[in-house]
Design a protein around this ligand. Structure first.
Ligand code: PEP
Ligand code: MN
Length: 381
């Protein structure tokens, strides 16, 4: 059961205390407070009631003066599910950057961090385009134990410094072990760079339940959960629910294609038609990763890279984030060079995404649900 309070009710005010007193009357029932800011001007507080709620009449809470609505949730996606059309999307802000089901961010960057010069060139290119978000892989899960596994914590100081220097505010970075969280925390404290890290759970760890719980138990970093490559969408969304159930609801779900030879010649079968499905089933922002889906830099006779086309499929369907590999010298990349865009191709991708986003915004207006003014276009500085 979700108790939605009237807008601008203060989470630490007497009204909330009144609701919590009511909760205490029911044995086994506990309450979890969640603040879901709507845009920037309204504060929205929701109280999740966990435990035996079946026998509790909705009126118990609905009749309290500060309560706007009570929503009964199904067992599925208890915390992240949409349940009722009126429920707000679960948005959050990280380092001054807003993520929700309306905004759009491009996270272009290195699949695997290799040299300080490549990081610096990439960050400088992002800075020139006014982009505030990137991806930088320090901990790489690789199929072969003999492949490059990433530079790990050693590269964090110069990655963070370079991001800070070029105005990049949020970095998506995969973690493969909970110990990496502490390494990132320590590096950030040492460099003092005002940069947020969105920790990424890779497709291979989509059912690593202990890792999911570990990223859910901390609040320092939002979490990007990638779809498991060989499991159902429902199983992957449950991975997000694992994170949320431990307390961290700052989650973005990422489609990255699924593994089947029916997707050949692409690396994975592109699944971006699931963007609106995830929007409908849950309240999370949705990311698409065209690089790991397509896996190659082939160009069509229309002059567009297939990675651009796949990106466009996600954006036209309302994607909120794009995770895309770029590299100053793809041939020299230590991981996934064949799918990395060059830094010259990046401005072209951004122009292409902007054109497609405009078409999506027109479609939203035609459907009577316009994108709010603060979320129009690609979010830049
Ligand atoms: C990545 O984004 O670097 C990555 C390894 O992706 P995935 O987990 O989707 O294969
Ligand atoms: Mn990769």
């Amino acid at each position: 059961m979700i108790v939605i309070l009237k807008p601008d009710t203060l989470p630490d005010g007497p009204e909330v205390a009144g609701v919590l007193r009511e909760v205490e009357r029911f044995p086994g029932l506990s309450a979890r407070l969640c603040e879901a800011p709507q845009g920037t001007s309204r504060r929205l507080v929701e109280i999740y009631l966990v435990g035996p709620t079946q026998g509790i009449p909705e009126a118990t809470f609905a009749e309290l003066p500060c309560v706007e609505r009570v929503v009964r949730v199904s067992q599925k996606y208890r915390l992240l599910g949409r349940h009722a059309a009126a429920l707000a999307s679960v948005g959050f802000e990280e380092s001054g950057v807003r993520f929700d089901q309306d905004t759009l961010h491009v996270f272009a960057g290195l699949c695997a961090v290799d040299t300080p010069a490549h990081v610096e060139q990439t960050m400088a290119a992002l800075g020139r385009l006014g982009l505030r978000t990137t991806r930088m892989g320090a901990y790489k899960p690789r199929t072969s134990p003999y492949d490059f596994q990433g530079l790990g914590f050693q590269c964090l100081p110069w990655v963070l410094d370079s991001a800070g220097k070029h105005g990049v505010r949020v970095i998506a970075m995969e973690v493969t072990h909970e110990a990496h969280l502490e390494e990132i925390r320590a590096a950030r404290a040492r460099t003092g760079a005002p940069v947020g890290i969105m920790v990424q759970i890779g497709t291979r760890n989509a059912q690593n339940f202990e890792l999911l719980k570990a990223v859910g138990q901390q609040r320092d970093f939002p979490v990007l959960v990638k779809r498991g490559m060989g499991i159902t969408l429902e199983e992957s969304l449950n991975a997000c629910e694992y994170v949320a159930s431990e307390g961290n609801r700052n989650i973005v779900f990422c489609l990255r294609g699924v593994k089947t030879h029916l997707g050949d010649p692409h690396r994975n079968f592109v699944d971006f038609s699931h963007v609106p499905v995830v929007h409908r089933l849950t309240r999370m922002p949705v990311c698409v990763d065209p690089s790991h889906s397509v896996g190659r830099r082939d160009r069509g006779p229309d002059g567009l890279l297939e990675i651009f086309h796949a990106t466009a499929q996600g954006v036209i369907a309302g994607a909120n984030m794009i995770l895309v590999d770029v590299h100053p010298a793809p041939a020299a990349a230590l991981c996934d060079g064949p799918q990395a865009l060059t830094l010259d191709e990046l401005p072209r991708l951004i122009d292409d995404v902007a054109a497609v986003r405009e078409a999506y915004e027109k479609r939203r207006a035609l459907a009577g649900h316009p994108v709010p003014p603060e979320a129009l276009g690609i979010q830049r500085v």
